[in-house]
Design a protein around this ligand. Structure first.
Ligand code: NAD
Ligand code: UGA
Length: 472
């Protein structure tokens, strides 16, 4: 029986391994993590991440062929295939700070694999890493375990999106496996991993290629996805200036089969743990390889995203007679997208910081984000969310009573001068806006950063509405 061990029980490690265990009852899967609390949560009734459909998948195989453990070393030692799915955040200090990927966690995982291995292993890069990381890992493994065991390195980047992870894993557009197809050991390793996915993924969707192409394809895919959002967000600014409607423009543009309709929703800005991090990583790689023009091209995607968030704050403040000082503003949604409780790099953090800087009183509601998480996010310096050891409060305002957390959207809006929708939760489409209007100060402003509400209906009620990329 094949034994798979995955190092890192996070948003990727947990769901991907649960899907492998679910689809392959004859494979033993163990997910390990240095965080005992995360492992305890995976073993409890309340999983550490909210992901639609995940509870059922985990429940059906946990304790059978799916296990979560903090005994990292012993499970790595006797596994045949070791996935490494640890975090690879942006470096916060030293060479490349603010751009380069921090491979500290990756390197320590690799050193540990070399130290504890008692048999040959296939080591799979699941984390998103800089191009040529596989070579570095290979060196660490072979130099620290000389001649004893054979290590084959594969790149198998993950393309799931949060909120749809289970569906994405069950029916992926493609599975990518990069390896050394020019050696016999490499070919065998590629075939072994391919055989795992082939249990449920059509063979023509499993792509094999060389290691560097696989590593770069992951960064390229995220860069292109984020670039579409920044492109449509840039258009949204122009639409507002010209009286055009960005939803109509995106619809018309997306009808072109060469462009397609997906990822063209204008928003307050993209968030999430990866788009910005991976583009900055790409920028850094380009700079290090003497390609400043290419680096600048991709940098613009992040700059437009920052501009979009700043533009939203500016719109709020300027519409409300140039001051939000002391005014209560309801924030509807804090997660970086709907159907997740994840707040990493959510646009809400920057928007809230902007409004707090202008002395607003915030009243925040999100169906999946805890108060503790919101307060932690608002007190943290940029990039520090993934570096717990560097936690330094950067915004004293967040701790100073300017932030209240509400239990629903109605409570958040009660007595508020404005509502800002920052996450596209479905429930925000169905609220009783007449009731919300009646409970608010007048004029009642509504700033829809996600284009979820019916602008005409809200205007009829009496709201002054701003919706990203829509005529004012
Ligand atoms: P995460 O922070 O949720 O999980 C990483 C886990 O690794 C943490 O629980 C941490 O405790 C653990 N860890 C770190 N070092 C360890 C070590 N030496 N030994 C054991 N455990 C260790 O991160 P994530 O969101 O799952 O992302 C993981 C990787 O996958 C990143 O490279 C990310 O870019 C990539 N990725 C993420 C997504 C996503 O949707 N979140 C999608 C595709 C790819
Ligand atoms: C993204 C990619 O979609 C995944 O393929 C990839 O595996 C993952 O990053 C990763 O590498 O981490 P994710 O960040 O989970 O997935 O979610 P997305 O659906 O891509 O949304 C990212 C952000 O863009 C969200 O804030 C979302 O609201 C925003 N977005 C998305 C828009 O503003 N407009 C759109 O049209 C689409």
């Amino acid at each position: 029986m094949v034994k798979i061990c995955c190092i890192g029980a996070g948003y990727v490690g947990g769901p991907t391994m649960a899907m492998i265990a679910y689809k392959c009852p004859d494979i033993q899967v163990v997910v390990v993590d240095i965080s005992a609390s995360r492992i305890n949560a995976w073993n409890s009734d309340r999983l550490p991440i909210f992901e639609p459909g995940l509870d059922d998948v985990v429940r059906s195989c946990r304790g059978v062929n799916l296990h979560f453990s903090s005994d990292v070393e012993s499970h790595v030692a006797d596994s045949d295939i070791v996935f490494v799915s640890v975090n690879t955040p942006t470096k916060t200090r030293g060479l490349g700070a603010g751009k380069a990927a921090d491979l500290t966690y990756w390197e320590s995982a690799a050193r540990m694999i070399a130290d504890v291995s008692t048999s040959d292993k296939i080591v799979v890069e699941k984390s998103t890493v800089p191009v040529t990381t596989a070579e570095a890992i290979e060196k660490i493994l072979t130099h620290n375990n000389p001649g004893k065991h054979d290590f084959q390195i594969l790149s198998n980047p993950e393309f799931l999106a949060e909120g749809t992870a289970v569906a994405d894993l069950a029916s992926p557009d493609r599975v990518l496996i990069g390896g050394r197809g020019d050696t016999e050991g490499g070919r065998k390793a590629i075939a072994a991993l391919k055989a795992v996915y082939a249990r449920w993924v059509l063979e023509d969707r499993i792509l094999t290629m060389n290691l560097w192409s696989a590593e770069l394809s992951k960064l390229a895919a995220n860069a292109l996805l984020a670039q579409r959002i920044s492109s449509v967000n840039a258009m949204s600014a122009l639409c507002e200036a010209m009286g055009a409607n960005v939803s109509e423009v995106a619809y018309a543009v997306g009808k072109d089969s060469r462009i397609g309709p997906k990822f063209l929703s204008a928003s307050v800005g993209f968030g999430g743990s990866c788009f910005q991090k991976d583009i900055l990583n790409l920028v850094y790689i380009c700079e290090c390889n003497g390609l400043p023009e290419v680096a600048n091209y991709w940098k613009q995607v992040v700059q437009i995203n920052d501009y979009q968030k700043a533009r939203f704050v500016q719109r709020v403040v300027s519409s409300m007679f140039n001051t939000v000082s002391g005014k209560r503003i309801a924030i509807s949604g804090f997660a970086f997208k709907k159907d997740t409780g994840d707040t990493r790099e959510t646009a809400a953090i920057d928007v809230c910081h902007g409004l707090l800087g202008d002395k607003a009183q915030l009243s925040i509601y999100d169906p999946q984000v805890t108060e503790e998480q919101m307060r932690r996010d608002l007190a943290m310096a940029k990039f520090d969310w993934d570096h717990p050891q560097h936690l330094v409060p950067s915004s004293p305002t967040a701790a100073s009573g300017q932030v209240a957390v509400a239990w629903d959207a109605y409570a958040a809006a009660k007595g508020a001068h404005a509502v800002c929708v920052l996450t596209e939760w479905d429930e925000f489409k169905k609220l009783d806006y007449q009731r919300i209007y009646e409970g608010m100060e007048k004029p009642a402003f509504f700033f829809d950063g996600r284009n979820v509400v019916d602008v005409d209906a809200l205007r009829k009620i009496g709201f002054i509405v701003y919706s990203v990329g829509k005529p004012l």
